[in-house]
Design a protein. Structure first.
Length: 379
């Protein structure tokens, strides 16, 4: 088994999920030809970086990401930093010939995203973006059913992603913990953070989006900035809803907010086709609900598929426990690492690539532009 040395840049929430994926993948996917080695973690605070390295067994630390990229013993750069640093790090990594795994969204905007796509394609380096919900077995099963034509012609796609953690006006913006509320670091609010997940899944399941019309709102107009200590204008979108038309003729309805009291991470989607419908809920992520119109009338109704079977019936599940025992959120990252390593073994792309994620970036930009002026926007 060949080692693949990982340089992790950033050690927050996503750094933990990725590290867990690297550590567990070969235990459950023993056929892979490569083994991730936790070679280096990078963060601006040396003490915190060392504590993370000690907990997750990284061999070394750096406090400057440029030094990680310069190291000859690093094969792949994993970018887990705020959005405004993705482009600079990724472009430098590509120029150094490193493989790149980048957190979502790809960039601050499509202009930055385009430079990242150009850089990895010019360098010919392997690249992927961590849109992990594609790797939920129930979501992958939905993809299989759609591709097999089970739903027939698609009419509607609707999705939402609801949270409630920024309702208090006392929550500040900026800094290491709250950079997602700082437009300069995040680029946008719920659109780039939460709806980007919904959009990526939708593009994967239902194809490209043609045009959009959106409404956005910032409910708290000013917040204390952690770094300046001053009240500053909030530039992100707290909530967003948009309608869209897909290239296949279906209609889409999307909503996201951080002001839905009682919801911590409610992500759902439903797809209605000519022959059947499917729906999925992150809170019950191991189940896919399915309605088949051709069922016998007296038995026709929504069924709940427990996605845990082995033998190839359900994606990924033959790698885990026994039928009937489900897996969780953290396993989606194990799956993405496994798919990335398999792509290295087979010399194939690991989707979503930077080019795939750039399409999501363009949809997000069209949504935000429509939110500003209220008009329909082409993607």
């Amino acid at each position: 088994m060949k080692p693949l040395n990982i340089g992790l840049i950033g050690y927050g929430f996503m750094g933990r999920t990725h590290s867990n994926g690297y550590k567990r993948v070969n235990d459950f996917f023993p056929e892979l030809q490569h083994r991730p080695v936790l070679k280096c973690v990078c963060g601006r605070n040396a003490e915190n970086a060392q504590a993370f390295a000690d907990q997750w067994q990284y061999e070394s630390i750096e406090t400057d990401w440029r030094k990680v990229i310069e190291r000859d013993d690093i094969d792949a750069i994993d970018i887990c930093t705020p959005n405004n640093s993705h482009a600079e790090i990724a472009i430098a990594a590509a120029e150094a010939g490193k493989m790149i795994l980048c957190e979502k969204p790809l960039a601050l905007n499509p202009e930055e995203g385009a430079t990242m796509v150009e850089a990895v394609e010019k360098a010919g380096v392997r690249n992927t973006v961590w849109y992990n919900y594609r790797r939920v077995p129930a979501v992958t099963l939905a993809k299989q059913l759609i591709d097999e034509g089970k739903l027939g012609r698609i009419f509607h796609y609707r999705a939402n992603f609801l949270q409630d953690w920024t309702i208090s006006e006392e929550v500040p913006q900026g800094g290491a913990a709250l950079w997602r509320l700082d437009v300069n670091a995040a680029g946008s609010g719920v659109t780039g953070d939460l709806l980007a997940h919904c959009i990526d899944t939708a593009l994967w399941l239902n194809g490209s989006i043609d045009n959009v019309t959106a409404v956005t709102e910032t409910f708290v107009k000013e917040r204390m900035h952690t770094e300046t200590g001053k009240m500053e204008k909030v530039g992100i979108d707290d909530a967003c809803a948009f309608l869209c038309r897909f290239n296949n003729g279906s209609l889409g309805l999307f909503e996201s907010t951080r002001y839905a009291r009682g919801h911590k991470a409610l992500y759902t989607f439903e797809i209605n086709g000519e022959n059947a419908s499917i729906r999925w809920d992150l809170h019950d992520l191991h189940r896919l609900e399915y309605f088949e119109h051709n069922d016998e009338g007296r038995l026709r109704g929504w069924r709940s598929i427990h996605v845990t079977d082995h033998g190839g019936e359900h994606p990924y599940m033959d790698k885990w426990w026994v039928p009937g025992l489900q897996i969780g959120y953290e396993h989606t990252f194990v799956h993405q690492v496994a798919d990335f390593l398999k792509s290295v073994d087979e010399d194939k792309p690991c989707h979503p690539t930077f080019a795939d994620a750039q399409e999501t970036q363009k949809v997000c930009e069209a949504v935000l532009a429509s939110g500003r002026d209220g008009s329909w926007k082409q993607v």
